[in-house]
Design a protein around this ligand. Structure first.
Ligand SMILES: Cc1cc2nc3c(=O)[nH]c(=O)nc-3n(C[C@H](O)[C@H](O)[C@H](O)COP(=O)(O)OP(=O)(O)OC[C@H]3O[C@@H](n4cnc5c(N)ncnc54)[C@H](O)[C@@H]3O)c2cc1C
Length: 385
């Protein structure tokens, strides 16, 4: 039996639910707290690549995910009128897992919540941590409810605005506005949209990800002012204006947007926390430690991988806990830093297309190199963790 017997997981997103279920399935007593009063979640869809699907396989929920979502094995880059520039067949996956399976964020959360509940995780909703006191052997926590409790480890998977990260590094490292934002809306899937699609425009990019037989989500990435708060009643009009240069299904969806459309806007605020991702018995993972541009659709996948590797390294109690947490940080940092850099560069390059000449130059370069470039990323991310 490991010396880590009681773990507090802070945050009930993909990372926290995966961490809680993974620890609990290894015989650890796990308490998970989530700030929100319910597990209902805003958001659209999540493409889950093969590397994430392998983590879900270890939790015995792969079949459920594959039966719920839409699996695909390629991506396409088009021009604004959906004329093909390049088709890329992903080098991700194997006989057991497809390259990608995309599903609604809510459905993925529900499946992971089911895994956590079956493993015996104690879930407390509407609760946060008020204070953390550590000594060599344990971490004492006071909750927002006034209750106190002791744990062998506190794992913070509390997202981009993590308070566990604040405990570790203060405000020295916070997500910084990139100057870009992502618009998303769910829409009916035309039969011909069978993989991830990017439509490279001038001054922006748009595209689609299939989420099921009948649905997909449309996304749009473009420069937006830092800290902007678009009023809900204006969003349909603003989104429609921003899509004006695009043809094909994008134009059709744009024409249907109205005040009832479920539009989600998020700023892109990257963060890559340098080592270490822990102090004493408090450790972080997922968006709390690294928030990436969405281009490789690897953000939640990295959170799931973090959770899996954390449990594996921590429960292998061959060395003191600090050394195990350092091992976790060292295993995760290079891989997450790769996703951060690759996605960030992709964002920067595509958003640098600012004229018709730039678009022609991008078309020529993407035709020659994009598939090989993404293939390198596939090979790295398909490797063992
Ligand atoms: C436009 C866009 C598209 C994306 N597309 C994809 C994609 O296709 N595929 C992919 O893999 N990733 C994608 N991502 C990234 C993905 O959404 C995140 O990386 C992922 O959700 C991170 O999971 P997490 O568990 O670390 O954090 P979160 O999902 O943010 O979960 C954190 C949880 O902690 C809770 N919490 C926060 N503070 C506290 C507190 N103090 N106490 C208790 N609970 C707290 C929150 O309520 C939340 O439930 C995308 C992101 C964006 C912005």
């Amino acid at each position: 039996m490991s010396d880590i017997r009681r773990v507090l997981v802070v945050g009930g997103g993909v990372g926290g639910l995966t961490a809680a279920a993974t620890f609990a399935r290894r015989g650890v007593e796990v308490v998970l707290i989530e700030r929100r009063p319910t597990f209902e979640i805003a958001g659209v869809g999540l493409g889950q690549p093969a590397n994430a699907l392998r983590v879900y396989d270890a939790l015995d929920v792969l079949d459920e995910i594959l039966a719920t979502g839409f699996s695909y094995d390629r991506m396409f880059i088009f021009d604004p009128d959906r004329r093909l520039i390049v088709e890329h067949k992903f080098l991700l996956g194997d006989d057991r897992v497809p390259a990608f399976c995309a599903l609604s964020r809510l459905q993925l959360h529900e499946i992971l919540l089911g895994a956590a509940e079956r493993a015996g995780v104690q879930i407390r909703l509407g609760v946060t941590v008020s204070s953390i006191q550590e000594d060599a052997d344990r971490v004492d926590v006071q909750f927002s409810t006034g209750q106190q409790d002791s744990f062998d480890l506190l794992a913070g998977f509390d997202g981009i605005r993590s308070t566990t990260r604040l405990h570790l590094v203060g405000t020295a490292f916070t997500p910084r506005p990139s100057g870009y934002g992502a618009w998303r809306v769910q829409a009916p899937r035309p039969d011909y949209v069978r993989g991830m699609e990017f439509l490279q425009g001038v001054g922006s990019k748009t595209g689609a990800m299939p989420l099921g037989n009948d649905i997909m989500y449309l996304f749009h990435i473009r420069p937006e002012p830092a800290g902007v708060n678009f009023a809900e009643q204006d969003q349909a009009e603003l989104f429609r204006e921003r899509l004006a240069q695009y043809g094909s299904y994008v134009a059709e969806i744009a024409a249907t947007l109205n005040s009832k459309s479920d539009i989600v806007y998020s700023p892109i605020e990257p963060l890559m926390l340098p080592w270490p991702w822990f102090r004493g018995r408090v450790v972080i993972g997922g968006d709390a430690a690294h928030t990436v541009a969405p281009h490789l659709t690897q953000g939640a996948a990295m959170a799931a991988e973090d959770a899996f590797v954390l449990a594996r390294e921590v429960l292998d109690d061959d060395v003191p806990i600090e050394a195990r947490l350092m091992r976790y940080s060292m295993k995760r940092y290079p891989r997450c830093a790769f996703v951060y850099t690759f996605s960030g560069q992709w964002l920067h390059d595509e958003q640098s297309v600012r004229s018709a000449q730039d678009l022609e130059a991008a078309r020529a370069e993407l035709t020659m190199n994009a598939s090989a470039r993404i293939g390198v990323s596939d090979r790295i991310l398909n490797g063992p963790i």
